[in-house]
Design a protein around this ligand. Structure first.
Ligand code: NAP
Ligand code: FER
Length: 337
């Protein structure tokens, strides 16, 4: 076995949109396992928008990655060797092992996964935090009812594509907003969305929403913020529910964007906007995962993963996702299962 562990570290705090030189590929000695620990070989790494926040030292719910520190991230991997009673060599596990080829673990916050129950990579997509975010952010925050109109931004991405399909299962009219014609085709032709539009070619968002949502908007699942969200707010119905899941249009801005002040719309339409972090639902992950797995098995939810190979390409995969290059969930394949 190799004696070297490769890692991606944070080389510099990004200014604006991150770049390859904000990361470094380093080689370190393989860590030494002690009693109560096991060694994991990482197989798949998830790249996620929240990682942009971890690269910055702005105040947050979680500590930033230190300069020179290993980038954190969700992974699935395989146990190589173990001095931990609950984990045996060959076991597949999901945990926050980060942007590296090998990691030591004490088993805390690690979930064993069954590679025969579902494809391994789905533990980072529809059956992982991505799917759980969609599930709780839509169902708990918005309580969508049959025949209501649901708008999803970031609709062709990992979370958004699952949100729209859950809303269809609940009998809603679903309208997606995404950044390319190919994504719009995918949403309407493959995922059964009722309508979708490309925010990069449509210029009058409000007019487009008026056309595609003739009965107004009852539920808005917001992944992006900014001008798209401003337009949706203007079209919400009385008693609408808005789930603030993400604001990716703002993550790379050096200072917050000035926008119209639209909270009076919430007031006048007696609407609710609710921010959430998926972790607040941790006690109910198993229940949600079982439901998501059933929807996947019965063909009611389709999911898509895209892979970029090799740890050295992890920064490229992350930048590709931030720029909208992904359809569905962006993963990095670090090693063979
Ligand atoms: P994703 O949607 O698979 O990938 C990010 C997508 O964002 C890109 O594909 C791109 O698609 C879009 N995007 C990038 N810049 C944009 C901009 N300026 N305006 C509009 N869209 C832009 O990522 P994800 O993992 O599913 O995350 C989606 C959102 O959920 C993110 O905001 C993330 O922070 C949030 N999230 C929140 C939680 C939570 O606990 N609250 C958990 C997970 C994720 P286009 O081609 O459409 O531009
Ligand atoms: C995310 C975006 C932002 C996310 C968490 C945050 C878990 C929180 C950021 C902060 O508190 O600084 O996608 O996912």
């Amino acid at each position: 076995m190799t004696t070297v562990n490769r890692q991606i570290t944070l080389a510099a705090r990004p200014v604006g949109f991150p770049k390859a030189s904000d990361f470094a590929l380093v080689e370190t000695p393989m860590p030494t396992q002690e009693a109560g620990q096991f060694l994991v070989r990482v197989v798949y790494l998830s790249v996620d928008p929240y990682m942009r926040g971890r690269m910055s030292d702005a105040p947050s719910y979680a500590a930033p990655v230190a300069i020179g520190g290993v980038m954190g991230g969700g992974t699935v991997g395989r146990v190589v060797s173990s001095q931990h009673a609950d984990f045996q060599p060959g076991d597949f596990v999901e945990g926050m092992f980060g942007w590296q080829e090998y990691a030591l673990s004490d088993g805390k916050m690690v979930r064993k996964v069954d590679p025969l129950a579902a494809p391994l990579e789905t533990n980072l997509s529809v059956l992982g935090l991505t799917g759980l975010t969609a599930y709780f952010g839509l169902l708990d925050i918005c309580d969508p009812k049959p025949d209501e109109t649901v708008v999803v931004s970031g609709a062709a991405g990992a979370v958004g594509s699952i949100v729209g399909q859950i809303a269809k299962i609940k009998g809603c009219r679903v309208v997606g907003i995404a950044g390319s014609d190919m994504k719009v085709d995918y949403l309407t032709n493959e995922l059964n969305f009722d309508a979708a539009f490309n925010y990069k070619t449509v210029t009058q968002y409000e007019d487009e929403l008026k056309k595609l949502c003739p009965k107004g908007i009852d539920v808005y699942f917001d992944n992006v913020g900014g001008a798209i969200t401003d337009a949706v707010f203007r079209r919400i119905n009385p008693m609408a529910r808005v789930s603030i899941c993400g604001q990716i249009s703002q993550y790379n801005l050096a200072k917050p964007e000035a926008g119209p002040r639209l909270l009076s719309i919430l007031l006048m339409r007696q609407a609710k906007a609710h921010g959430f972090l998926v972790f607040q639902f941790a006690a109910r992950y198993d229940e949600a995962r079982a439901q998501l797995a059933e929807w996947v098995r019965s063909g009611k939810i389709k999911h898509r993963e895209e892979f970029i190979n090799g740890l050295p390409n992890a920064p490229r995969a992350f930048l590709h996702m931030l720029a909208g290059g992904n359809l569905g969930k962006q993963l990095v394949k670090i090693s063979e299962p």
